[in-house]
Design a binder for this molecule. Sequence first.
Ligand SMILES: [Zn+2]
Length: 221
Amino acid sequence: MPYGFHPPLEEYLVAIFELEEDGVTVIQARLAERLSHSPPTVSEVIRTLLKEGTVTKSGRGISLTENGRQKAQSIVRKHRLAERLLVDILGLDWHLAHEEAGRWEHVISDRVAGRIAALTSNPSTCPHGNPIPGTIQLPDDGRVRLPEVSVGKNVNLVRIGEGAESKGETLSYLFNSGISIGTTLKVSKPLKPQTMRVKVESHFVELDLNVSQFLWVVDVP
Ligand SMILES: [Zn+2]
């Protein structure tokens, strides 16, 4: 990274918000992984955020202050509404929407966000099942992470967490394997350690265990 370049602070607030949402304990190392930034860069940005009062630290743990949370929520809301617009109205495939929306989230005004919400029928989640802040809490429908499901069970995919969304190749892999929100997965015996194997209709799909952790599923009704 060139000297003097500071990655946008907003990106950090969003990353902290989304790590919390995925149930990950937020420490600098997790932020470095999520953002693919070097540990010194992360330390420097965290110092700036502490100074501006958008994050607090307790031990190694980092959390958002009320002010920081409001800023993060506003961007996450615009990101997820932009994804809805791209998929529902413009017809973009859902695995491509995350990256595109990453460019939109910083330029959409509150007024335009309101219009997108109206145009897309006030959605409660993005096309990947992540809740749009300001609409609903995640439903208490007994959803669990895919690795918690025992072999032989059928489940429906309800959410692809940001931990999986933030890697473009993961979304493409899921899309190309026929896995999207609502798909029924039958958990099968894994072939290799640190992987999962699921049956989708008549074919098998291998999933990395790290990715599977961010896939939330419910029992087939
Ligand atoms: Zn999304």
